[in-house]
Design a protein around this ligand. Structure first.
Ligand SMILES: NC(=O)C1=CN([C@@H]2O[C@H](COP(=O)(O)OP(=O)(O)OC[C@H]3O[C@@H](n4cnc5c(N)ncnc54)[C@H](O)[C@@H]3O)[C@@H](O)[C@H]2O)[C@@H](O)CC1
Ligand SMILES: Nc1ncnc2c1ncn2[C@@H]1O[C@H](COP(=O)(O)OP(=O)(O)O)[C@@H](O)[C@H]1O
Ligand SMILES: [K+]
Length: 493
């Protein structure tokens, strides 16, 4: 699936297995720690050459071990270094004990640390091994460093961030920069973890990547590597119907804008033909605003049955502005029975809140041909148990939802997760906050529909759609509206 390695993600437990496999293959594990700590020192010196003092905070595990190496490396440059330890350093084991024994700096207990202006903090308290809420002594230093506004460089993860879920375990440093090793972890991308990491650097400490691949969890950062091969190729002979037909359902006369946004986005994303299917009462409102997009009155279930006689009408977007109710359910059921592919968004999702299983059963039969695009509130309506389970990460939730619905799921947010029923998952990282504007979700639904219309499979269409949406938003600039966003959507090829 992926070319190159920079888009790989491993959970902390999988990374631990990789570390163990590296050691079992004869690689010197202390050598890995040495490289990790040296990389941290190099980053600190590069980013903060004018620091008056480096304050290295070392925890009770291997993250602390990296800290002892970094402290020694900083000290060897002649820089002033202070070291504080959480827990009794005499109980350190293995590589961390070795790292401490080679560090010439006498440490002091963490609760004696008094951060001062000019300090740069190196946070090596907890990394992958964080197992529960941070103890009060750590919460306390987090608060003091925060209040003093001092820059923090985090080793592997800011202490307090759960690398699997991105959740803050009681309290967590807000780092300017984080140096992690071999691959990023989900907590570097998922919220709120991402907000605590600052810039993230992934340093290769020399574990052969085949060992990483062997423990891979089919989880990546969303980007072209994940879907490029599935995208449509346009050649000179491209015919508008070969580029597919997308239909977007409009709401009533007072709710037509959302469908038009989705339709225009679908056209920009490369669908050959796009039709807005409108209730009769809204035809005039739609006609007044549509040019390249076609318009057809589709009011009743019987109108829809007629409309579906043309097999070229293969892909649909239902939800934006559609209204919540029996009509939405009936239309979705008819589309499913007719073997059509569907992006179900907004009201279309909410319409199944009372009986999600009816939706899942309708699309259970085949290769996934449903894309669901819930934001957090909509997700909880279709999957209340998954939304309420605190043990699940956003990735776990999206994956389980995708399997249950036999759908590609885009679990939206600033950290959108895209998941397939077969367990593949991606975390998106390119969406700017300017996307938090009315109608941007309608644009996303249209882009995904436009890609489906060109024959892109559900998961790849969902993932590419999210990425192209973020990419368009970056070009549209901070003042974007849903309308201007559409003008920046690029066809992929
Ligand atoms: N080959 C390797 O294994 C490498 C590991 N590296 C470092 O090793 C780290 C992982 O090391 P560890 O698995 O030892 O984990 P950590 O060092 O992150 O933390 C584990 C220790 O913290 C304790 N702990 C966890 N949560 C706590 C809490 N809330 N309150 C109090 N104590 C708590 C645990 O009992 C354990 O002693 C990585 O983050 C990375 O920095 C690097 O040295 C690179 C190489
Ligand atoms: N803070 C944010 N940063 C990045 N992307 C965001 C942010 N907030 C929302 N988005 C994205 O913007 C879109 C909003 O969709 P949605 O919640 O359906 O809004 P609307 O109904 O207004 O269109 C989604 O693609 C979501 O991932
Ligand atoms: K840390």
């Amino acid at each position: 699936m992926a070319r190159g390695h920079c888009n790989w993600l491993l959970t902390p437990s999988a990374m631990g297995e990789v570390d163990a496999a590296a050691a079992a293959s004869g690689i010197d594990s202390y050598g890995l720690m040495e490289k990790a700590g040296q990389a941290v020192a190099a980053a600190v010196l590069r980013l903060f050459p004018g620091a008056e003092r480096f304050v290295v905070l070392c925890g009770p595990g291997n993250n602390g071990g990296d800290g002892y190496v970094a402290a020694r490396a900083l000290h060897e440059t002649g820089a002033p270094v202070a070291l504080f330890h959480f827990g009794d350093p005499a109980t350190l084991k293995g590589d961390a004990a070795t790292a401490r024994s080679r560090c010439p700096i006498e440490g002091a207990p963490l609760d004696t640390c008094r951060p001062a202006p000019g300090d740069v903090i190196v946070d090596a308290i907890f990394g992958a091994g964080l197992a529960r809420a941070v103890p009060p002594a750590v919460a306390d230093i987090v608060q003091r460093v925060d209040e003093a506004g001092l820059p923090v460089v985090a080793v592997d993860l800011p202490s307090g961030i759960d690398g699997r879920t991105g959740v803050v375990m009681g309290a967590a440093f807000r780092a300017r920069h984080t140096v992690t090793f071999m691959t990023r972890k989900p907590g570097h991308l998922l919220l709120p973890g991402r907000m605590h990491c600052g810039s993230v650097e992934t340093f290769d400490i020399g574990i052969p990547f085949r060992l990483v691949e062997a423990k891979g969890e089919r989880l990546f950062v969303n980007g072209p590597e994940a879907w490029d091969a599935a995208m449509p190729q346009t050649d000179a002979a491209a015919h508008k119907f070969r580029r597919g037909h997308l239909t977007v359902f409009s709401g009533g006369a007072a709710a037509t804008g959302a469908a038009r946004l989705a339709a225009a986005a679908g056209l920009r994303a490369g669908a050959g033909v796009v039709t807005v299917a409108s209730p009769k009462e809204a035809v005039a409102a739609n006609a007044a605003h549509l040019t390249a997009v076609m318009l057809k009155a589709v009011e009743t279930e019987s109108d829809l049955a007629d409309y579906l006689h043309d097999e070229r009408r293969s892909v649909f977007v239902l939800g934006p502005g559609f209204g919540v109710g029996a009509k939405a359910r009936a239309f979705v059921t008819a589309l499913a029975a007719a073997g059509r592919r569907l992006v179900l968004d907004a009201d279309g999702i909410t319409a199944f809140a009372e009986d999600p299983q009816a939706l899942f059963s309708a699309f259970a039969d085949s290769v996934p041909r449903l894309v669901l695009t819930p934001h957090e509130g909509e997700f909880a309506r279709l999957f209340p148990d998954l939304a309420a389970d605190p043990a699940l990460s956003k990735v776990d939730r999206a994956r389980q939802a995708a399997a249950r619905a036999n759908a590609a799921v885009i679990y939206k947010g600033a950290d959108s997760v895209i998941a397939a029923p077969d367990g593949r998952a991606l975390i998106n990282g390119n969406a700017p906050p300017s996307l938090a504007t009315a109608g941007s979700g309608d644009v996303l639904a249209g882009i995904v529909g436009g890609l489906l219309a060109q024959g892109v499979p559900a998961f790849e269409a969902a993932a590419a759609g999210v990425w192209l949406h973020g990419d368009a938003a970056q070009r549209a600039g901070a003042g974007l509206t849903a309308e201007t966003l559409i003008n920046h959507i690029d066809r992929w090829h």
